[in-house]
Design a protein around this ligand. Structure first.
Ligand SMILES: Nc1ncnc2c1ncn2[C@@H]1O[C@H](COP(=O)(O)OP(=O)(O)OP(=O)(O)O)[C@@H](O)[C@H]1O
Length: 818
């Protein structure tokens, strides 16, 4: 029975080339120890067989005559009986060395693509915990992993063309200006000096192994007696690592257990056999207790650092981290000195290293320090599009270190690995608790060209955390919760890979659901080509889709269920088979007619009950096998259904959360807008009121002016009448005086005062002169020409003359005199 043809087909939607690496069994010594420790434990059964390449041409794709198929037979204690066959791009058996993996998988062409084609490359490992992922990617004390080998190949190829910050003072500023991820860029020497608190020139005084430690987050230097340092040599069968923990002090409960550090992962420094000092002096500032370095955007950094960015020896102004000692001896094997690519001779290159981990679905920088000194938690970063990278998501705000050589790059790598979260579990004494991402950016520009005209691509190497079953891993508390998150993210990864194999089989459309968690988003976002995009400040060139390699690691002696599950979703194709037993029912039927199924007459001797019973048994056995296969498929379907239901539920919860979020956002937006509208309305209302007031004032003014105008003629008439009367009275008086004068003797008669001019009598005289010369008819005839201003003005003039020239007393005096 076949569910799928286990022949890998190339598909345009292929996300990964998938290779399988089988982990070798533990060394005989470890096996012996295991047997003595657990004498009742049956030796594990090997349930996996590698199919030899059926035809010489079958392996044409991988070119080395390597097998591509494996078969798994459920162990005898398993309920499952169906045999499954899986296809991979290539299968590496237990004896394969690191160099075989490096040369045999597509890593070398991938590096070439990064250097030449400007195509991003991705290498990732996937497998059950303890199956050898980290070993493959990061190597061991004596063997380099794919990361170191790829770095070596890169540096070897561009050896003389690598720009070193020490020799090119403007390099960092120039890279900073061209960086699209709002990164903080440092020179390797500055970064390492800061971390180790020594100087590159200072020779390493001790050859003792790099201590991995933990301690009380005290600001002062701790003197810890050697007796309180415990070196736990793992009792696990395969452990090559020592775990060093410190009894002094406790850890922050918010931080995952950092007391156990994967020595091989952290720093591959062979123990030279020196006994540790009696008193180990711990640095006052351990890596995760450093004060925050404010993260800055590119623009802010430019403003902030200014010229210091030009300084290759620039060291961030934070207290030194003082890790114990730089790793001084790093493995050099396997040797790849025969390998190097020829590159563009008229180009110069810069190498930038950045590292981060995905822990609990959040991204943390491995080359950075915690952002908050109080709670010691590191600030997580965002995977997003930036101003300079509008069509492509990047991890924003990472710290990037410019390395001038392979050695510098290795030191930075080892330093970053010390920050990686690892813990001892029942399955692996030094298990990775996060998905580690190591990125090597190769930047290129023409020799002597414009300083910021960088192009380039990136090689990303991913060490995924292993899936594990809580029962086997014997995890609890935070480690169990981590495992939950790890398994969840791997489940989403599995779904993406399943899509790949489904599309290879042509059964389903290829829609890769990679946005479900950070891990898949980081892995697959750049698997699809982007279009060119013009931005206000940057022209983003179309990018090639990345090329990716997945190396699945499996231990054929380890847990069957977990391994088969990983193989099931990572394989390029799959086939389920059962041993075929010839159907006998037809034989039984045909026996009644005395004929074989082929129609030949049977000899009467075989027409016995015994034969019929035997055949019936065979048929029953065959049916049982079929039932078993159907059961397997049913269980699988049920698992899938459960998984789908869980996903559905999660999606519903997520949708609910999003709905709540959107509702809240809408509500607050509505409130904000209402408030804004209210303010705007109030403002408009106030303005309108002001305008109305002003209008009213103006009206009142006009109105009051109107009243004055209206009153003016009346006043004028009254005044004219009064003046007329006054004038009349004065004339009478004058007449009386004249008569009186004529009645007197003409000789004694005084001369009639006849002022020649008004000025001779001063102001009063002038007034009288004017008054006298004024004709009453003139005044009576006076009419305002228009009810407007002129009448008012004239009126005011008239009044003013009267009162300006003469007050009441003067008037009385005038009346008395005249
Ligand atoms: N191919 C190999 N050759 C020799 N030793 C190996 C090989 N693969 C794995 N090992 C050893 O097995 C142990 C577990 O391997 P490793 O730490 O790489 O597992 P892992 O898959 O990374 O586990 P986890 O997911 O828990 O981190 C290590 O001691 C490692 O040295």
């Amino acid at each position: 029975m076949t569910t799928a043809d286990a022949t890998p087909k190339s598909s345009p939607s292929t996300l990964f080339q998938v290779y399988l690496r089988l982990r070798p069994p533990p060394s005989p010594l470890v096996q012996l120890t295991q047997q003595s420790l657990y004498p009742l434990l049956a030796p594990p059964e090997r349930y996996l067989t590698v199919e030899p390449p059926a035809l010489p041409t079958q392996d044409a794709g991988n070119g080395h005559g390597k097998p591509t198929h494996i078969t798994i037979h459920p162990p005898s204690d398993s309920r499952k009986r169906a045999v499954e066959k899986f296809a991979f791009t290539k299968v590496f058996e237990e004896q394969a060395e690191q160099i075989d993996i490096f040369r045999g998988t597509g890593v070398v062409p991938l590096v070439e693509g990064v250097l030449g084609e400007g195509r991003d490359g991705l290498i990732a490992t996937l497998g059950v915990t303890g199956s050898g992922k980290s070993h493959t990617i990061l190597g061991s004390k004596s063997q380099r992993g794919l990361t170191q080998l790829s770095l070596d190949l890169l540096c070897r190829s561009i050896d003389t063309q690598i720009l070193h910050p020490a020799h090119h003072p403007s390099l960092i500023a120039s890279l900073n200006a061209a960086d699209a991820s709002e990164a903080q860029i440092f020179s390797a020497s500055g970064f390492l000096d800061n971390v180790y608190g020594d100087s590159l020139q200072e020779p390493s005084r001790s050859r003792a192994p790099t201590p991995m430690m933990v301690g009380n987050p005290s600001r002062s230097t701790l003197k810890v007696p050697h007796s309180s340092l415990k070196v736990h040599h793992s009792t696990g069968p395969r452990s090559q690592w020592s775990i060093l923990s410190l009894d002094a002090g406790t850890q922050s409960s918010k931080e995952p257990d950092r007391s156990i550090v994967k020595e091989g992962k952290a720093a591959s420094v062979p123990n030279a056999g020196h006994p540790p000092n009696e008193t180990s002096t711990l640095p006052s500032q351990l890596p995760f207790w450093n004060p925050p370095i404010p993260r800055m955007t590119r623009k802010q950094a430019k403003v902030h650092f200014g010229d210091t960015l030009q300084d290759p020896a620039f060291t961030p102004s934070v207290p030194k981290r003082k890790l114990p000692q730089r790793p001084s001896a790093l493995p050099q094997f396997p040797d790849i000195s025969d390998l190097a690519f020829s590159v563009e001779p008229h180009a110069e290159y810069a190498i930038l290293i950045s590292m981060y981990e995905v822990y609990n679905d959040r991204i943390f920088d491995l080359l950075s320090v915690p952002s908050n000194q109080k709670d010691l938690r590191r600030r997580h970063l965002l995977f997003k599009s930036t101003e300079a990278s509008p069509d492509r998501k990047v991890v924003a705000g990472l710290r990037k270190v410019v390395c001038g050589s392979y050695e510098e790059a290795l030191l930075v790598l080892e330093t970053g690995l010390m920050e990686r979260r690892v813990a001892g579990t029942g399955s692996n004494s030094v298990s990775s608790r996060s998905h580690g991402f190591f990125c090597v950016e190769v930047k290129r520009r023409p020799k002597g060209g414009m300083s910021n005209s960088w192009t380039g691509s990136q090689l990303t190497i991913v060490d995924l955390a292993g899936s594990e079953r809580a029962r086997n891993a014997k995890t609890a508390g935070a480690t169990l919760a981590e495992a939950g998150k790890i398994n969840e993210s791997l489940m989403y990864l599995g779904q993406c890979l399943q899509m790949q194999s489904d599309s290879n089989e042509g059964t389903k459309p290829t829609l890769v659901p990679f946005r479900q968690c950070k891990l898949t988003e980081l892995l697959f976002s750049n698997s699809f080509p982007s279009s060119s995009h013009h931005h206000a400040t940057h022209t983003v060139h179309p990018r090639n889709a990345q090329k990716a390699i997945m190396i699945v690691t499996a231990d054929p002696l380890n847990e069957f269920n977990a391994t088969s599950q990983i193989l099931r979703y990572s394989a390029l194709a799959r086939e389920v088979t059962v041993p075929r037993i010839p159907s006998v029912s037809s034989t039984i039927l045909s026996n009644t007619s005395g004929r074989t199924p082929s129609g030949q007459a049977l000899p009467t001797a075989v027409h016995t009950d015994e034969v019929i019973v035997e055949m019936a048994f065979l048929e029953i056995a065959r049916l049982n096998e079929e039932v078993e296969v159907l059961n397997v498929k049913l269980t699988e379907q049920e698992e899938r259904r459960k998984e789908a239901e869980e996903n559905w539920q999660k999606a519903e919860e997520k949708a609910e959360q999003i709905e709540m979020q959107v509702r809240e956002e809408c509500w607050s937006e509505m409130e904000r807008r209402t408030e804004e509208e209210r303010r705007r309305w109030m403002g408009a209302w106030g303005e309108e009121a002001d305008r109305n007031d002003e209008h009213l004032d103006r009206k009142l003014e006009i109105f009051s002016k109107g009243i004055q105008i209206y009153e003016d003629p009346m006043d004028q008439d009254i005044h004219t009448a009064e003046l007329g009367k006054e004038n009349e009275a004065l004339r009478h008086r004058l007449g009386a005086l004249e008569r009186e004068l004529q009645c007197r003797s003409p000789t004694k008669a005084p001369r009639k005062p006849q002022p020649s001019s008004p000025s001779e009598h001063g102001a009063l005289g002038a007034a009288v002169f004017k008054f006298n010369s004024m004709s009453l008819t003139d005044a009576a005839e006076y009419k305002p020409q228009s009810p407007g201003k002129t009448a008012g003005k004239k009126m005011r003039k008239l009044t003013a003359r009267k009162w300006d020239l003469m007050d009441e007393n003067e008037m009385d005096a005038f009346k008395t005199n005249y």
